[in-house]
Design a protein around this ligand. Sequence first.
Ligand code: NAD
Ligand code: GLY
Length: 363
Amino acid sequence: MRTLNVDLGERAYPIHIGDNLLQQDLLRPCIRGRQVCIVTNETVAPLYLERLERALQGLEVEKVVLPDGEQFKTLETVNRIFDGLLEARQNRTTTLIALGGGVIGDMTGFAAACYQRGVDFIQVPTTLLSQVDSSVGGKTGVNHPLGKNMIGAFYQPRCVLADTGVLKTLPPRELSAGIAEVIKYGLIYDAAFFDWLEDNIGRLVVGDEEALSRAIYRSCEIKAEVVAQDEKESGIRALLNLGHTFGHAIEAHQGYGRWLHGEAVAAGTLLAADLSRRLGWLSEEQLTRIEAIHAAARLPLLPPADMSVEQFRSLMTVDKKVLDGRIRLVLLQGIGSAVVTSDFPAELLDETLESRLAMARTG
Ligand code: NAD
Ligand code: GLY
């Protein structure tokens, strides 16, 4: 097992990464009271709930099992967590434990931020995407029909336990979706990591344990560094949203759950990279490398063919990075370096969208 620290002063917390961690007694030091509530879903519960419960023996353990899917990442579903907590008379000293992917983690963290004005919570991420991204950094929340992740709070967990062994049961499509966020770290922050990913993408995509562990560790290391500098996203943290402004528009347009979050981010990253090339910030050869690594990861390179430029524009203006009515995007200035900017001609954004949508329509 390896442990990283998210350095946030009095709210600092460890990220434990390794195989077979679920059944070990690693959570107890992060639990302050006698009560805990495990929040999970109908897919993850039969796989891992019992294992986690066994590790919590001696505590008063409540369980809330939610329906599975991005379409259930709503305030209504969070209310079911509150129902469970109140029915079990869980008090302010309880600790919520999110056992699942990013959907469960985001909702459980949000419930913890609100329940009795804030109780402790722990992330036990079980997808690649949640192990490399959503469980770290304290972004919690739910979707709204008009916009992705529009309701939420910054609320840090007390600990993250990433058991890499649970990835063995993850469907290949979900593994690929997680790889999209791993590639993101290389693109925005670490050219050498991107090179390593290019060399190892074949191993990652088939779930090679050693390659996945390295990728998870480096991704968490980068995320922890960025979050420690800018917890509430007033600066550098926005770079973690590479591809996300486009991606969130895709998810909202398609109906939450049709395109996986990581798939939408991949198509969005390619749009951002294409626009960066049109601005002269990225070479043709670099764009080709970015396309190739996404293709090798079995991720979509193009946006959905049934979307229009107007739909993209309209949905992108709901983005949290919009400032004074102007869309701000994370764009690349080479591999390993990114900026957040609204300083690009609107026509060039339209051209980029039009061109990639046309490619999608012609197959
Ligand atoms: P997810 O939570 O929907 O999980 C994907 C699927 O895998 C689900 O069907 C789930 O039940 C299943 N699953 C989970 N663990 C499994 C396992 N070990 N074996 C078999 N099946 C398993 O999706 P995700 O990709 O983990 O997360 C996506 C969500 O995360 C989105 O809502 C996105 O907005 C959010 N997100 C949040 C942040 C953040 O900083 N908070 C960052 C990135 C993404
Ligand atoms: N996933 C983006 C962030 O945590 O800031």
